[in-house]
Write a protein that binds this ligand. Structure first.
Ligand SMILES: CCCCCCCCCCCCC/C=C/[C@@H](O)[C@H](CO)NC(=O)CCCCCCCCCCCCCCC
Ligand SMILES: Nc1ncnc2c1ncn2[C@@H]1O[C@H](COP(=O)(O)OP(=O)(O)OP(=O)(O)O)[C@@H](O)[C@H]1O
Ligand SMILES: [Ca+2]
Length: 547
């Protein structure tokens, strides 16, 4: 730890023990004063006394400070209890500091320490000094607009917010306007047309990936609309939006929260929001010809994941279990789809989907400032050459981020990064059910899910997909030239008789958990030159709150 000039230093009492308490611009620390006349035993030099007696909290992780009245909050947010008296019984002046405590598996908790002072003047001096340091943390939000989806996941959004999140926001003196949505797209439409965004420092989404997607669409559309930018043009540069989106997980997959924060825990997310953490994300724009369809930040999946989603929508009442039931059903149906994928590979220096630099919470690559990421880019001759792949596929997946979630803690593409301007395109060719099961199982263990002869993975900047039934005559002629003339004749008949049993089957796209019925799409991960300018939110990246 770098030595910082001390702003304040006193001997105060913590839990009945006298401590040297120090405040610098970066840390608040307290260390028990050990009586030097005591015999130096192994226990007090190396043992629990020394370890337990010394604490250091970064100022940026202090949630709040308050003068402690006789009745004051206990360590459990929301409960109240009597303050224990100073053992010497000589003073009643104390202040309580609430701060972030890191626990296992990326989880954060709100802890508290009460420091007793010998007199009120010193107590006020400490409270004021800490408040002054907190006031310097200008990235922290003060006013938030909260949308709660009461029907996401296990329908616990409202309860999660009221019981776990609101008390933390209130402790941190964050004011909120809360809207419980009444229908799908309520939050999106409100953001697009009504919300007075100037009043807020951020928007909070209580729900799952679908709810996040609504809010992201609302914010991006509103910003473009206010600036007269046409979203339907695939090459248009979007105007960045200044508001961050915080995610309180209350959905079924919560992959955006899990992949950015490292867990799907509402208290952890609330604390990340309070301290003002943020993480830019890649945003893919999805078009069909010149019509804008949607944005995606996690998964775009055709075939398997599209079919799982389509089937699961009819089983919403089951909650998160619907995905497992529909997953098994889709797996057993074993449908494959024929089509053509073209893609522009990413610059080789942004890494590959099969390198071992997995993207986890606090990932070094995702935390690099954008300008530094640009430094290690080298020219790659192949990067502007479109590559074309035709075939029969069980699944075509594009992952802008790892898509880690509780079902698959390493995700669909474990080395995909959050804001590197690329997506990982995963092609699972037609294979046996057993092979496909082997591939799926590897999402849940340490084995490499790409290490199969029927799986290919590419890091891309753009891609296009055309299902065979939508290919133009010239594309089909080209394809059929590769096959026999009798096959060509057979295909023509089938295209004209879609109802016949050999007609090609159609899937739809799973776009961050929302159904996109269009087969042929063009996808662009927003260009690196845009995110390297460090845009807080917009075409290239949206910001979510994370570690
Ligand atoms: C044998 C066990 C294999 C388990 C394989 C698990 C792979 C899980 C990979 C999860 C990837 C999630 C990507 C995130 C997508 C989100 O934007 C989206 C919106 O929230 N969620 C889903 O579409 C929700 C998608 C949920 C997909 C669940 C698929 C479950 C497949 C089960 C297959 C079982 C075969 C058993 C045969 C006897
Ligand atoms: N009040 C509401 N009534 C019905 N649907 C709503 C309401 N508010 C939002 N929605 C819609 O509910 C859908 C699902 O919500 P959400 O993403 O929160 O949960 P989920 O689908 O269970 O979780 P996940 O997306 O993580 O799998 C979203 O598409 C959203 O548009
Ligand atoms: Ca990415």
């Amino acid at each position: 730890m770098e030595k910082q000039p001390r702003l304040l230093c006193s001997q105060l009492s913590v839990g009945g023990r006298v401590c040297d308490v120090t405040l610098s611009s970066s840390f608040l620390s307290w260390r028990e004063v050990v009586d030097s006349s005591k015999k130096r035993t192994a226990a007090n030099v190396y043992g629990p006394l020394k370890a337990a007696g010394s604490h250091c909290v970064p100022v940026c992780e202090i949630i709040a400070i308050q003068e402690t009245e006789e009745d004051c909050p206990s360590t459990n947010v929301g409960k109240w209890q009597k303050v224990p008296q100073n053992p010497a019984g000589s003073n009643q002046h104390a202040f309580t500091v609430s701060y972030v405590e890191r626990t296992l598996k990326h989880r954060w908790r709100c802890s508290e320490v009460t420091l007793h002072c010998p007199d009120r003047k010193l107590c006020l001096q400490w409270v004021q000094a800490i408040r002054e340091q907190l006031a310097l943390l200008t990235i922290r939000p003060k006013r938030l607009l909260v949308y709660i989806n009461p029907h996401g996941g296990k329908q616990r959004g409202k309860r999660i917010y009221e019981q776990k999140v609101a008390p933390i926001f209130s402790r941190a003196s964050i004011t909120t306007d809360v809207i419980v949505t009444e229908r799908a797209n309520h939050a999106r439409d409100h953001l697009k047309t009504e919300a007075d965004l100037k009043k807020y420092d951020g928007v909070v989404c209580v729900g799952g990936d679908g709810m996040f997607s609504e809010i992201m669409h609302g914010l991006i559309s509103r910003t473009q609309c206010d600036s007269g930018v046409d979203q339907s043009c695939a090459d248009e540069t979007l105007i960045p939006c200044g508001l961050r989106i915080g995610i309180i997980p209350a959905g079924s997959t919560d992959c955006i929260c899990y992949a950015t924060v490292g867990c799907n825990d509402p208290v952890t997310s609330a604390l990340h929001i309070v301290v003002g953490d943020s993480q830019p994300l890649d945003v893919c724009s999805v078009h069909q010809n010149n019509a804008f369809l949607r944005y995606s930040v996690s998964l775009l999946g055709y075939g398997f994941y599209g079919d799982v989603l389509m089937d699961s929508e009819r089983k919403r009442w089951m909650g998160p279990a619907r995905y497992d039931i529909s997953g098994v059903k889709t797996f057993l149906s074993h449908r494959y789809y024929e089509g053509t994928i073209s893609f522009l590979p990413a610059d080789g220096s942004v890494g590959t989907p099969r390198d071992k630099i997995q993207c986890r919470s606090g990932c070094n690559i995702c935390q690099l400032p954008s300008a530094d990421k640009a430094v290690y880019k080298v020219e790659d001759k192949n990067k502007d050459v479109w590559q074309v792949i035709r075939g029969k596929f069980l699944a075509i997946n594009a992952a802008c981020m790892s898509c880690a979630c509780p079902r698959s803690p390493k995700g669909l593409s474990p080395s995909a990064h959050l804001a590197d301007g690329t997506a990982d395109l995963i092609l699972v060719r037609k294979c046996s059910r057993l092979d496909f099961l082997r591939h799926l199982l590897r999402h849940t263990n340490k084995n490499d899910q790409f290490d199969h002869p029927f799986v290919e993975v590419y890091r891309v900047r753009q891609f296009r997909f055309t299902p065979r039934y939508q290919e133009t005559d010239s594309e089909l002629d080209l394809r059929e030239a590769e096959g026999s003339s009798s096959k060509h004749f057979f295909t023509q008949i089938c295209r004209e008789h879609q109802a016949c049993s050999c007609a090609p089957t159609h899937s739809s796209w799973n776009c961050d958990g929302e159904i996109l019925p269009h087969g042929a799409i063009q996808v662009s991960v927003q260009g690196e030159q845009k995110w390297s300018k460090n845009i807080p939110m917009g075409n290239s990246s949206s910001e979510v709150v994370q570690s």
